[in-house]
Design a protein around this ligand. Structure first.
Ligand code: SAM
Ligand code: SF4
Length: 300
């Protein structure tokens, strides 16, 4: 029944947005806190001084608000979301709450530094920025070994990895794709590029290298490697010159503000964006079959 409801929701959402031009978010990225146990070189969202942590009640209100806007998928982010607690509540309490409110599916994005066995999200994204020393170069010494151990013990059937490619780790792209293919605990890998948020610009790749890497990823995909990105979406990320539909995700940041579009667009970074979801969203809205298939696989 629930899957029928969600199956019918998506075409209705498409007609309202594409045909009638309404901007209704489908996915909410909810930042629960900016507390983090890492200081990744490509990141600028972790708390540098004092930590901001939302209460259970605040997150409940935000989930209800997002649901009221029309959103039906939620991704819990931070900071490191697995560190979040409020009294007897932990991240699983938020996942259950989202389901009670009516969200079709929940996702958690984690750095996998701490064990996350028993996490009840429908799917888990582990950030893996290369293999071995490349991951550690971005995220800190010993972090890759912890990731390997923690994905091995987590036992979650829907775990994928997400790589943010930059000058720091692009040489590890092949190994990361191969690692995702051969590791029995990983279903797929999603490839993104560094978006030059303030303070991270020096790690951004030049466009020729980025284009060559995208061609390489497309070739892997065509050979059957478990790459989450669609070919249509990847091709768009070679130039970033396409109409953006990033309002499909709304972002509720740690200050409690709702951003109907992503933070990158507010900073004028769309031309430099590395979030391949931008290309995927365009491809969904222009009805590219390979992207729709990839999206359904990811979400349903
Ligand atoms: C901000 S983190 C929060 C969740 C968790 N702490 C983690 O690392 O997975 C969410 C994702 O954003 C990515 N990210 C951080 N800075 C980025 C940047 N400048 N460009 C693109 N992606 C970035 C991270 O690599 C991670 O996959
Ligand atoms: S673990 Fe996530 S939130 Fe923390 S510094 Fe790294 S990318 Fe940023």
């Amino acid at each position: 029944m629930k899957s029928l409801r969600s199956f019918l929701y998506l075409p209705a959402w498409f007609v309202k947005t594409r045909v009638f031009g309404k901007k209704i978010p489908l996915q909410t990225v909810l930042f629960v806190s900016d507390q983090c146990n890492l200081r990744c070189k490509h990141c600028c969202v972790y708390a540098q001084k004092s930590i901001t942590k939302k209460s259970y009640e605040q997150i409940k209100e935000e989930l209800q608000y997002a649901y009221g806007l029309g959103s039906r998928f939620v991704d819990f982010e931070g900071g490191e979301p697995t560190l979040w607690r409020d009294g007897e509540h932990d991240l699983n309490s938020l996942i259950r709450l989202a389901k009670e409110i009516g969200f079709f599916s929940t996702t958690v994005t984690t750095n996998a530094v701490m064990p996350f066995h028993g996490l009840e999200a429908d799917s888990i994204w582990v950030s893996m920025d290369g293999v071995g020393p490349y991951h550690d170069r971005v995220r800190g010494e010993g972090v890759f070994d912890r990731l390997v151990r923690n994905i091995e013990t987590c036992g979650h059937p829907h775990l994928s990895v997400n790589m943010v490619v930059s000058k720091l780790n692009y040489e590890s792209l092949d190994d990361a794709i191969e690692f995702a293919r051969t590791n029995p605990h990983i279903r797929s890998i999603s490839i993104n590029f560094l978006t030059p948020y303030p303070g991270t610009e020096s790690h951004q790749l030049d466009w020729d290298t980025r284009r060559a890497l995208i061609d390489k990823v497309i070739a892997y995909k065509k050979r059957g490697y478990p790459i989450m990105n669609s070919v249509s979406g990847l091709k768009l990320m070679k130039t970033n010159q396409f109409k953006k539909y990033c309002w499909i995700s709304n972002f509720i940041t740690v200050d409690g503000k709702n951003h109907p579009d992503c933070g990158g667009s507010e900073l004028g970074l769309c031309d430099q964006c590395g979030f391949c979801m931008a290309g995927e969203m365009h491809s969904v809205m222009t009805l590219r079959p390979d992207t729709i298939l990839a999206g359904l696989k990811l979400r349903m």
